[in-house]
Design a protein around this ligand. Sequence first.
Ligand SMILES: Nc1nc2c(ncn2[C@@H]2O[C@H](COP(=O)(O)OP(=O)(O)OP(=O)(O)O)[C@@H](O)[C@H]2O)c(=O)[nH]1
Length: 306
Amino acid sequence: MCVYVCENSFIAVQIPLSNRDLSSLNTMTTTLCNKMGLIPKQKRIRVMIMGQPGVGKTALLVRFVTKKFIGDYDPNLEKMYTYQVSMESEMVTFEILDTAGYAVQDKSYNLEMNMRWADVFVLVYSITDKCSFDDCSRIKFLINYYKKKRRLSTKDHPFEVPVILVGNKVDQQYDRMVTYAEGRKRCQELGCVAFHEISVREDVDQAYAVFKEVFTSWKALSKNPKLKRSSSDHGAEAFFNSASKFISWPLVFGESACGSPSNRSEDTQEFRARASTEGHIRSSVAVCRYLPSLSARGSICSYLKK
Ligand SMILES: Nc1nc2c(ncn2[C@@H]2O[C@H](COP(=O)(O)OP(=O)(O)OP(=O)(O)O)[C@@H](O)[C@H]2O)c(=O)[nH]1
């Protein structure tokens, strides 16, 4: 079908078109609609999920994208997912980088490039693992370091990297090593924008709430033109696109779509085995939100210097 547009009316004439013609027609129509403002601009949010191995990073994003809780994943793969969803009546495309927990400790891993690419961070620990909780301070410090050194913040517009702190596995109350109050306090100290305690295993809504928070933080950030992505951050984006690491949902589990497994430590494997044991559900969803403050940043440094 070929469409001719006259001044005030549309005339449709049927002529045979090849697939190639159809695809160029499609592109032309989309470009035209874009220029006329008929298609709303896509909202693309780049999210990086970080935390120690076995805390439930992959489980969280898979829960969000598929609504399913799937017991075990290949722990060594770093994957990028794209997922389109409607939030607050807006179409949002999430690009989610699921870092393998071990990678953050690996010196050859390009942490700076990955961090520069992301707009919002989800920092996950397990409430049954004090070590993973303590490590959040170190990771948050790195996020601040790599993101802030490229942004100009002023007195009126202090640049705060949106980081959402998430305590996972609240279904394992009897193994709890980090209290809700401690999580909340750490969130405040580190200057994270929000704190969620969740069980990815037991509650799909809690996983969704984390990404809703990501969307809210991203919206707040993008409203401030002074804090938009710098040109060097766009360079990081080009690196990602050329590496073609994206996996569009649906993904076949177990498929080694990118990266190759490396050896994991015995300790981590042991922790993973414990991580997937049966637990008990907390009835209420625990969420709190903080506005980041300058004094909070001060306390990160003093914590890390200890
Ligand atoms: N009980 C319980 N187990 C969970 C929960 N979330 C994840 N797990 C389990 O914890 C283990 C680790 O989950 P992953 O999602 O692979 O953890 P990860 O942080 O991605 O780990 P790495 O890929 O090694 O960095 C798996 O056995 C999951 O089934 C939860 O909410 N409750």
